[in-house]
Structures are given as structure tokens and as C-alpha cells.
Design a binder for this molecule. Structure first.
Ligand SMILES: Cc1cc2nc3c(=O)[nH]c(=O)nc-3n(C[C@H](O)[C@H](O)[C@H](O)COP(=O)(O)OP(=O)(O)OC[C@H]3O[C@@H](n4cnc5c(N)ncnc54)[C@H](O)[C@@H]3O)c2cc1C
Length: 398
């Protein structure tokens, strides 16, 4: 297997770098580099910039307005965006719902919703989890009862990321309570402006508002918003999850995070020397770097397989575990590197347009909130314990 890039791929990398040089504003890039929170407008403007170049829907086929890139091109693109500290694109419409609509949605749903995802008319969020249905998702209870040409929806979703900005939510709802749990679930598209939808924020440990609870009280949803067939939603939900776990290793994020950490360690002093020369820090950084290089190679092997048309298997669970552990180790060390500045963290200093000042140098401001916020990495998208179960069954045959 050849893990080196071809001349075409290297030329493409240069093209991406040139595009980022011209189109990614230093202000936005600096916000991302320092771990500040992005506003809705930041996200929308970045999506519009990518869309103008035709590079927003990197995983869509060309006929729907996507790039049609293979796995290697997508990997190069995502890595360059991370290294340039570009914002992450918001995945809910682009890389979760869109593939489901393309495969299982009606022509009318595709014609209506896909262009609106591309041009930013609709912001989507994901309504899968419920208070008693996370890892055990099939036990979800939100009910949708047919009433003529509508469903009447009652129930609650939780952990809905960026749902406070959303126009629409794609939901798993129970349409048959009498059958095996997986067989009574449907996939419904719900307009968040409908009467009976309430969004309530959940404040996270880092002080930010990123996730929400969403309540449905007698919400009337047209049957035309059902994706595919009634009670077949579990199949579509699982298909979506295979797309949720793209770019799962996060090599670019870790590479950028590690570079940031090293830079901090050249500025923070310990015993009159930069931290980078401290044996404890140097040793831990070296260990992270070795783990990252090993994971990057495994990731490239999977990408080469995917580019050759083979579906990634349980290896993606290995990447999910290792990738999140490496990012959390970087967060942990970054927090330690800024020392006492990590104690008095001022959450508001991370908000767009806020007047509040962080304590200490600018790079210290997000160290603690970043550490706390990224505890989520090993939970969402399928917790690491669940990934270990998958590995034990599918790879180790236990
Ligand atoms: C920041 C954040 C954002 C999120 N965004 C969204 C979103 O936008 N939309 C959405 O629908 N959901 C979202 N989620 C929900 C996420 O998918 C769930 O948190 C996740 O599936 C875990 O479910 P749970 O929280 O109910 O934990 P539980 O399933 O109750 O798990 C609790 C603990 O038990 C372990 N555990 C559970 N079952 C097993 C088992 N069989 N074997 C071994 N260990 C087990 C888990 O790994 C975990 O450590 C988000 C979560 C977070 C933290």
C-alpha cells in the first residue's frame, strides 16, 4: 500500500492552501486557534465562503452540488482546514441528514431541502437522544401518532447540539409501541417554528451553551415530512450514524492542538527554563506525538481502503477511541502548561463580542474550558465504552 500522496493530490493540497490564504479571515482563524466560541454568523459566513468555491459539501456527489471528492481528497481538505484554524463546518445538515435524504428521501424532499442546506437557508439539528435513550437509543419514547395527513408528536429530546440556532430538527420518533423496539421507529423532519416546540438550553461545565433540551407538545407534522417508510427509521438512523463518524480520528485537530501546546510550552517557564525543556512535559509531549503519528498512519490506511471502494469496518471504532484520547491528552497537558492561569477561567471571555477579559496571556484563556468541553469527545458519536464493545465483538470475536 502506498501511503504517499500522488502529484495530483499534492497539487490539490497547494490549491486548498492558496484558497485558505485568500479566503479565511485572520480574525476568524485566530478565534478558532485560541479556542473562542464561534457565533452563528461566523458559521454561516464560513459556510457561504466554502459554498461559493463549491467546496462546502465535500461528501456529496456532484449531481447534488457536492465536490464528488474521494476519501483522500476529503482527508487532505479537512486536514488543511484544521491546520489553518478554519471553523469546522456544522455537520447536521451537510454530512448527517443529506446522505439520508439522498438515499432514502423522496424526490420532493431532496429537491426542497438539499439546496437549502447548501445555501444556508436551513440550519439543522439532530434529535436522536432522549433522557433515557442515549447508548440504548432504540428505547426512545417520543411518540408520533398519525392523525389524517399529519403526525402528532409528543416527547423530549436532549443534548441537541446548537439546536438554539436550528430551523429544523431530524428526529427519531416512535410510531409503533407494540413491536420490537427497533421496528417501531420512524424518521421525521420537524420545523422548529411549529407551535408546541420548545428549546431549553443546558449550560455545560465550561459555562457555554452548546446543547439543549427540545420538547414536543402536540406538534403537528405533515406526513410529507416522513423520510422513507413508516417504522423503518432505525435503518435510516444507522445509515446516518455511519456518516456521523466521518473524520473520526481528527488527526488535523490533534496536529493543530499539539502545535499550539508546543508553542505555549516555549512561552511558559518552569525553573527559569521554557516548559518544553522540562522532562515531564517533554516526555508527555513526545508520547502524544508518537501516538498521533501512529494513529495518522492507521487513518491513512483506512482512507486508502475507503478510496479503493472498501467500507471502513470496526477499525473506525479504534480511531474513535484513540483519536479522542489523544485530543483529551492534549487538552489535559495544555491546561497544565498554563498553570495557575487555568484556575480563574472567565467563560464569557470566549464569547464572540463579549467585553470580558480572560486572566493571563491570550493562549491561556481557553485552556480550562477547552479541557472541560472536550470531555464530550469520548461520549458523543457513540461513547468509547460502546466502541470497545464493538471492537471486542467484531475484531476480537469475544
Ligand atoms: C456535548 C454533547 C453533544 C451531543 N449532541 C447530540 C446531538 O446533537 N443530538 C443527539 O441526538 N445526541 C447528542 N448527544 C448525545 C450522545 O449521543 C449521548 O450522550 C451518547 O449516545 C451517550 O448516551 P447517554 O448520555 O444517555 O449515556 P448512557 O448511554 O446512559 O451511558 C452512560 C455510561 O455508561 C456507559 N455504557 C452505556 N451502555 C453501555 C454498555 N452496553 N456497555 C458498556 N458501557 C456502557 C457509557 O459508555 C457511558 O460511559 C450529545 C452528547 C454530548 C455529551
Amino acid at each position: 500500500m502506498d501511503l504517499n500522496y500522488s502529484a495530483d493530490e499534492l497539487a490539490f493540497r497547494d490549491e486548498v492552501r492558496a484558497f485558505l490564504n485568500e479566503n479565511l479571515s485572520p480574525t476568524l482563524s485566530e478565534k478558532v486557534r485560541l479556542g473562542k466560541r464561534l457565533s452563528k454568523t461566523d458559521h454561516e459566513e464560513w459556510h457561504a465562503t466554502l459554498n461559493k468555491r463549491g467546496w462546502l459539501a465535500i461528501n456529496w456527489p456532484v449531481e447534488h452540488g457536492g465536490t464528488g471528492w474521494n476519501a483522500v481528497y476529503r482527508h487532505i481538505f479537512e486536514e488543511e482546514l484544521c491546520l489553518a484554524h478554519a471553523p469546522r463546518t456544522v455537520p447536521f445538515g451537510l454530512s448527517m441528514l443529506a446522505p439520508v435524504l439522498m438515499k432514502f428521501g423522496s424526490k420532493a424532499q431532496q429537491d426542497y431541502f438539499l439546496p437549502r442546506i447548501l445555501d444556508g437557508t436551513d440550519w439543522w439539528c439532530q434529535g436522536y437522544s432522549e433522557p433515557q435513550a442515549g447508548s440504548d437509543l432504540a428505547s426512545l419514547k417520543t411518540r408520533a401518532v398519525r392523525d389524517g395527513d399529519h403526525y402528532v408528536v409528543n416527547g423530549q429530546k436532549t443534548w441537541t447540539t446548537l439546536g438554539q440556532h436550528a430551523d429544523w430538527i431530524f428526529c427519531l420518533v416512535r410510531t409503533d409501541a407494540e413491536v420490537k423496539a427497533q421496528e417501531g421507529i420512524s424518521f421525521l423532519l420537524i420545523d422548529m417554528k411549529m407551535p408546541g416546540v420548545t428549546v431549553r438550553p443546558i449550560t455545560l461545565i465550561d459555562g457555554g451553551q452548546e446543547v439543549n433540551e427540545v420538547f414536543f407538545e402536540d406538534v403537528r407534522v405533515p406526513v410529507a415530512n416522513l423520510v422513507g417508510e413508516e417504522n423503518k427509521g432505525w435503518t435510516y438512523a444507522k445509515y446516518l450514524l455511519t456518516h456521523e463518524r466521518t473524520n473520526i480520528a481528527g488527526v488535523g485537530f490533534s496536529t493543530a492542538g499539539l502545535a499550539h501546546l508546543k508553542e505555549i510550552c516555549t512561552k511558559q517557564m518552569s525553573g527559569g527554563k521554557p516548559l518544553l525543556e522540562n522532562p515531564y512535559f517533554a516526555g508527555r509531549i513526545a508520547q502524544i506525538e508518537i501516538d498521533l503519528m501512529a494513529m495518522a498512519t492507521t487513518n491513512l490506511r483506512m482512507i486508502a481502503k475507503a478510496a479503493a471502494g472498501q467500507a471502513p469496518g470496526a477499525e473506525s471504532s479504534m480511531l474513535k477511541i484513540k483519536g479522542t484520547e489523544i485530543r483529551q491528552a492534549i487538552n489535559d497537558l495544555t491546561r497544565r502548561a498554563v498553570g495557575r492561569y487555568a484556575m480563574p477561567f472567565v467563560s464569557e471571555a470566549l464569547d464572540s463580542g463579549a467585553n470580558a477579559q480572560g486572566v493571563g496571556p491570550d493562549y491561556a484563556c481557553a485552556a480550562s474550558p477547552g479541557y472541560f468541553n472536550n470531555r464530550k469527545l469520548s461520549i458523543f458519536g457513540g461513547s468509547n465504552e460502546i466502541q470497545r464493545n464493538i471492537i471486542s465483538k467484531a475484531i476480537l470475536g469475544l
